[in-house]
Design a protein around this ligand. Structure first.
Ligand SMILES: Cc1cc2nc3c(=O)[nH]c(=O)nc-3n(C[C@H](O)[C@H](O)[C@H](O)COP(=O)(O)O)c2cc1C
Length: 175
């Protein structure tokens, strides 16, 4: 798939078929996360690939956005600063976006499930055997889509793009 088609066609999918996802696919998606940039290259991220049916059943209970998902990647982050500031939120986000795009490129569906995680963080930590030194940052269900969400309205560039100075919307001559 063309890179820009991948970006445009990625959708948050919240209903999955039960078709299992190959480990090779899940590992490729994680490899895309690992490749993401990180502040000071600290790479404070860990990835739990979940494809065990029993564990998945419990994980699906966390959010309706995992409905039917046969697998998930749980992104953990070490909430640690660097000499230049705290970047772990951005680090985790960069990895997650890379993984969403990788899933799309591999013809699989996924979703960024974060909001629902926080109230369940302790339960997920226990389920997956994660220590207190790590935050359970996001759950990313992975599978074949059982729904085809329409592309939600995205910003019109005319409303959000400025040239050289905020407020200059008209595209000036340039290279
Ligand atoms: C930080 C963040 C948290 C999100 N949390 C959830 C979530 O908990 N549950 C969910 O169904 N979708 C979640 N989403 C997905 C958004 O709802 C989705 O990206 C948005 O509606 C736009 O749709 P699209 O991804 O198909 O372009 C989250 C997205 C982001 C970036």
């Amino acid at each position: 798939m063309d890179f820009f088609d991948v970006i445009r066609e990625r959708r948050s999918v919240r209903k999955y078929s039960s078709e299992p996802v190959g480990r090779d696919v899940l590992e490729k998606i994680v490899a895309a996360g690992i490749e993401a940039p990180s502040g000071c290259n600290e790479q404070l991220r860990q990835y739990v690939i979940v494809d065990d049916p029993e564990t998945m059943e419990t994980l699906r209970g966390v959010s309706g956005a995992l409905a039917g998902a046969p697998a998930a990647i749980v992104l953990l982050v070490e909430p640690k600063g660097t000499p230049y500031g705290e970047f772990y939120i951005q680090d985790a986000s960069a990895a997650l976006e890379n993984m969403l795009l990788a899933a799309t490129a591999l013809d699989h569906a996924a979703c960024w499930v974060e909001g629902a995680v926080r109230p369940h963080e302790q339960a997920i930590r226990e389920l997956l055997g994660v220590g207190e030194d790590l935050r359970v940052w996001s759950l990313m269900p992975v599978g074949r889509a059982a729904e085809a969400p329409a592309r939600p309205k995205k910003s019109d560039p005319a409303d959000v793009v400025h040239y050289n100075r905020y407020g200059t919307r008209a595209r000036p001559d340039g290279p």
